[in-house]
Design a protein around this ligand. Sequence first.
Ligand code: NAD
Length: 296
Amino acid sequence: MAANIIDGKAFAATVREKVAGHVTRLKEEHDITPGLAVVLVGEDPASQVYVRSKGKQTVEVGMNSFEHKLDAETSEADLLALIDKLNNDPTVHGILVQLPLPKHLDEDLVINSIAPEKDVDGFHISNVGLLGTGQKSMVPCTPLGCLMMLRDYHGSLSGMDAVVIGRSNIVGKPMAQLLLGDSCTVTIAHSRTKDLPEVVRRADIVVAAVGRPEMVPGDWIKEGATVIDVGINRIERDGKNKLVGDVDFASCAERAGAITPVPGGVGPMTIACLLANTVTACCRANNLAEPEGLTA
Ligand code: NAD
């Protein structure tokens, strides 16, 4: 079987279009422009690229982008003071602190100082608790993007066996919560899981979020399963730099019913969902109806 390719790049474009439509409506009908503040501490090159891309796409959908670039030596007190200011700024509806932070800053403390209703990354402990108890929350962008693609492809996910490989707070765990919320039977596999190939073989849905290049071979995949590859791994092959996922695309595509490519799968959906979360946060802050299809 040759798998259907789930085109995350095209899907992300439709999400951005929807977001842009809502932004226009908010401006025209309510005179409100959603605003996203992104805080970058230090000069990590990958983080700089992400922040630039987030700022560019925020402006492209018609929202205000506020970028705050702080030196690597910024004190915790100064960072917390900035977050406090953004928490109290009514023109800012979403706040994102780019991770990782320099070692001297306490990531948990910083994330938990963001007002939960502006926490568009969905990492604040309140949002984690709300998601875990099935209440309205801000949902982490990468798993939200995966969920949107799965719902779009399958319609209902109810009763499907889902295996999430990876138990990080930013991908694996929230992904499992979202799949559970959509009535899947969910297994979270991780580095200590026994007989991972057998665990993965029973899945109708496999979400790989490990960070190990091409770790999942095709013979772990049940015939017809849907494979969502979250991994972004830079490798060198044939003297060239290449981006690959956590699954071996060629062999998995032979057996899967559908699969996301890397690049062009989950990656583009992540920023699109950040924009979606910002518009959702703006609607909630102003007691307006939330856009449909942009939240979990
Ligand atoms: P992480 O390092 O925080 O977590 C990795 C998880 O994989 C851990 O829970 C660990 O238990 C598990 N693991 C490690 N080795 C394993 C093994 N041999 N077998 C089974 N499980 C194993 O990583 P993360 O932040 O969750 O990111 C995972 C991957 O997703 C990375 O490649 C990252 O770059 C990528 N990512 C992509 C996006 C995106 O927008 N597409 C967003 C976030 C992360």
